[in-house]
Design a protein around this ligand. Structure first.
Ligand code: PLP
Length: 417
């Protein structure tokens, strides 16, 4: 699926400037439909893990589709509320328990305690409440070591062997544990996800009041041809069968929650950039494309060695191609866009149509963890704008480009300096 026609790309570049993120409403809605079709036995809630792409316009598209939301920090939960999301649709699972959690709770959000200390704090403040608990089921899997959040090396959730402590803490405060939550990693191996999900389902036997099992996100998406995405129907069917088996054996009909981030948005966005310069290091050296973007908008290659499709729109198209090393605009050799898979520092030239400075460049797979996870303002580059292409192909600006004034607005010069 080509997300953006060259005509529209040129129009957005002219109207908004580059770099700019461009998202497709049609693509977002298609992904929401696919997630809502996740196999389930006794009901399903799909939560968008909003840390992947938290712009208010995106949240509202998903809310209208009937999605709920997963917030990873108190700030994110407030941001969703500010965007007009009903607090009852927001669930918080966080490493850093917000100091104002009580205000969020009173506003109506639900909370999964992600450590024994969080559970104790919740219990002391709201004795007798209904709460969720995030467990580390003992297995983890992620596309990279940086995105694996389960197993003995991960700090996320309460270790599955501490069920006695969970029950004791709950008893002390009269808490009712109604939801078990697990999320083992981003880009997880489907078989490990399945195994972790089965372990999580088995753990519900210790919690008689649990009515909801949240199996997290982490479903793989193929951004480039060499990658393989996870098919939700394939991965969901065995879990559906396991829910049904549990119901036959115990009479318990659990409601399923999933909370994808990547799956819902990764391939719904492109980063539109302009080629600033074309240079080389001699006949035996490299040819470089220098973009007006880089780790300031797209940190994933530098952080994980992530692969993103790159295409160019030469104003004067010829048949000729060249192997280009594509680099970002920061004064940092690590600002490399065309890196080798999983190797942020290894140059991996891409064969592209021959281009000149001034031509446009499109970097695909830029919907998830790009705008949301940039090294913002490094080298004092302003935060890039975001554009939403509506269902009728009309581009809407949903975030303006930052100004220099905004970059420095919180600086304070003490008197005499
Ligand atoms: C990040 C996160 C997700 C989403 O992960 P993806 O890999 O983007 O699907 C889901 N749940 C929790 C708790 C998360 O932290």
């Amino acid at each position: 699926m080509r997300l953006l026609s060259s005509h529209l790309a040129r129009r957005i570049a002219a109207e908004t400037g580059t770099p700019a993120y461009v998202y497709s409403q049609n693509a977002l809605e298609t992904q929401a439909d696919a997630a809502l079709a996740f196999p389930n036995a006794f009901g399903l809630t799909v939560r968008f893990a909003m840390k992947a792409l938290p712009n208010a316009a995106i949240l509202r598209i998903f809310a209208r589709k009937g999605l709920h939301f997963d917030a990873s920090s108190g700030h994110e939960a407030w941001r969703a509320i500010r965007a007009g999301i009903a607090p009852q649709k927001i669930s918080l699972s966080t490493q850093e328990f917000p100091s104002d959690f009580a205000a969020l709770w009173r506003a109506g959000i639900t909370i999964n305690a992600c450590s024994l200390a969080q559970l104790d704090t919740l219990g002391r403040t709201f004795p007798g409440a209904n709460v969720g608990v995030r467990l580390n089921p003992g297995r983890g899997s992620g596309g990279t070591g940086k995105t694996n959040v389960g197993g003995p090396d991960a700090s996320f959730g309460i270790w599955h062997e501490y069920i006695g402590e969970i029950l004791e803490t709950a008893r002390r405060h009269g808490l009712k544990i109604i939801r078990i939550h697990t999320h083992i990693g981003s880009g997880s191996d489907p078989l490990v996800w399945l195994e972790a999900s089965r372990l999580s389902l088995a753990l519900t036997q210790h919690f008689p009041d649990v009515t909801i099992l949240n199996l997290g996100g982490g479903y793989k998406v193929a951004r480039v041809a060499s990658e393989k995405g996870t098919d939700l129907q394939t991965i969901g069917m065995p879990i559906k069968a396991a829910f049904e088996k549990l119901a036959v054996e115990t009479g318990r009909k659990l409601h399923l929650e999933i909370e994808p981030g990547t799956f819902l948005v990764a391939n719904c966005g492109v980063l539109l950039a302009r080629i600033q310069d074309v240079t080389d290091t001699g006949p035996a050296g490299r040819r470089f494309l220098k973009l007006d973007t880089g780790m300031t908008e797209l940190l994933r290659p530098s952080l994980y060695g992530a692969q993103h499709p790159i295409s160019v729109l030469p104003a004067n198209a010829t048949e000729r191609t060249t192997d280009y090393v594509v680099v970002g605009h920061c004064c940092e050799s690590g600002d490399l866009v065309s890196c080798a898979p999983g190797e942020p520092e290894t140059l991996a030239p891409r064969q592209l149509a021959e281009v000149q400075a001034g031509d446009l460049c499109l970097i695909g797979g830029a919907g998830a963890y790009c705008s949301a996870m940039s090294s913002k303002n490094y080298n004092s580059f302003p935060e890039a704008p975001e554009v939403l292409v509506g269902a009728d192909d009309t581009p809407h600006l949903i975030r303006r480009r930052q100004t220099l004034e905004q970059i420095v607005q919180n600086e304070i010069l003490p008197e005499g300096y």
